[in-house]
Design a protein. Structure first.
Length: 156
């Protein structure tokens, strides 16, 4: 019968750190994939009107935003202080809205094109004439799903 000898105390082996960089890069890629950056730099001042009945948008990836308001202080010298429309990161005219909607719709998949929603984020002091012009332009571009951004009123 064989005899097991224990001449000296065995030390525990050192912890292997060879897979540590792989794990770190896996976490890095994961966070890069799920993180979204701020998409739009606001060039117009929008303080949302108050509403009593507010609902959240269900699928924000299918929503395109139209911002309407007075230009921020740093843009007033170049664009004036009258109410302006912002599409993406640039000021636009009502006439450019149809082309913007067509380009945004064509960038979407075919299944999602009919589900596209346009959210109008207008300042509470914006005149209804501009809102009506935007709505008519959206109607000509067949963007018929329109929502208005508002803040929930706390008191009635």
């Amino acid at each position: 019968m064989a005899q097991i000898r224990k001449d000296k105390e065995r030390e525990t082996p050192a912890l292997s750190t060879s897979s540590l960089p792989d794990i770190i890069f896996m976490f890095l890629f994961f966070f890069m994939a799920i993180t979204t950056m701020k998409e739009v730099t606001f060039k117009v001042r929008v303080s949302s009107p108050m509403a009593t009945e507010v609902q959240k948008l269900e699928n924000k990836s299918l929503t395109r935003y139209v911002y309407i308001g007075k230009p921020m202080e740093e843009y007033q010298r170049a664009f004036g202080s009258e109410t302006r429309i912002q599409l993406g990161d640039a000021f636009a005219d009502v006439t450019e809205l149809e082309e913007f909607i067509v380009l945004e719709r064509s960038a979407m998949s075919e299944n999602d094109q009919n589900l596209m929603t346009v959210s109008i984020k207008a300042d509470k002091d914006t005149k209804m004439g501009i809102i009506n012009d935007v709505k008519q332009s959206l109607r000509r571009a067949y963007a018929l799903k329109i929502v208005y951004a508002a803040s929930k009123r706390t008191s009635y």
